[in-house]
Design a protein around this ligand. Sequence first.
Ligand code: NAD
Length: 369
Amino acid sequence: MSARKVLILPGDGIGPEVMREVRRVMAWMDRSLSIGFEVEEDLVGGAAIDAHGTSLAPATLERARAADCVLLGAVGGPKWDKVAFNIRPEAGLLALRKELGLFANLRPALCFEALVDASSLKPEIVRGLDILIVRELTGGVYFGEPRGIETLPDGSRRGVNTQVYTTGEIRRVARVAFELARLRSSRVTSCEKANVMESGILWREEVTHVHDTEFPDVKLDHMYADNCAMQLVKNPRQFDVIVTDNLFGDVLSDEAAMLTGSLGMLPSASLGAKDAAGRIPALYEPVHGSAPDIAGKELANPIATLLSFGMALRYSFGLGEEADRLAHAIERVLATGIRTADIMQPGMAKVSTAVMGESIIRELEASLA
Ligand code: NAD
């Protein structure tokens, strides 16, 4: 079997701690399941500024392009708060997303049975929740022109942003959503505001076109984004895949994430367009940041990063069975009452980052018995 090339960028703060646990799980999979990962590691963010004076060195970008996918920890921290805006740690991450053409952001909201009481919603609403939000990441109102703040003749000011989408931008993210739905329950809900926005009408028409011509086997529904926000707290389990634009996706994905509790549990992925060789550029990272307040203290929860690696197994390597195996191992560890500090509950055992990782590997071992 050909090697699966992964570039690991641990980054700053708790990034290296949580990524260490991913490397241990990868090593276990190599050893016990003969997966065959070929891993390279490099610097990004503040760590890269310290070493190279830039948050993303050109050689790192080249390595990212050559890999099947990139796994990233987190970037940033107070040490680099005063560096120039264009070389700040976050600029490296933004450049990586831009250079790899990552236009689709995937945010799952998955409720583990053992953490069902940690949600702000009632257990019966979130139990068994498993939804995926696909957000368009590189277009829409955050990038549209004209934009700016202008002073009017009467001295008052006007702020302008432009919501703009083209056929191509909508179709490519719709395809990602439909393809992912086929790997799940084959249902897509597309969200916009076609009742009040022309860009929403176009969004609805183009998503419908992609569906009818390429994915008629997938069930497609349309929903206004405001209704979707309401339905996410009323009955979130009605959804499988939600596809939406940059602005609505920003809001809806944060809302959906909080259905499941802690930041330390939330994975994400960003995907680009398939190239001629059939390869899809991909970056997998936890939703959380570098958590400077707990960095180096072995307090970080590695599960968000491990679940991001699970997404890489499923979406970059077609190893859905191994992704399920990892998710089940995490579920079983949580069920036995093992918790990092961020998800600690009364009567449970509080453990370090490393012990959480070890416990998950023990459950992976047990899954082979
Ligand atoms: P943060 O996500 O780093 O931390 C918010 C809170 O959640 C903190 O109290 C932290 O201790 C806790 N937390 C986060 N991840 C955790 C984990 N895995 N386990 C346990 N607790 C966890 O957000 P912030 O404090 O606003 O930002 C800190 C730095 O991270 C800043 O420099 C910011 O720019 C950067 N940041 C980076 C990314 C990224 O790399 N994608 C995302 C967000 C923030």
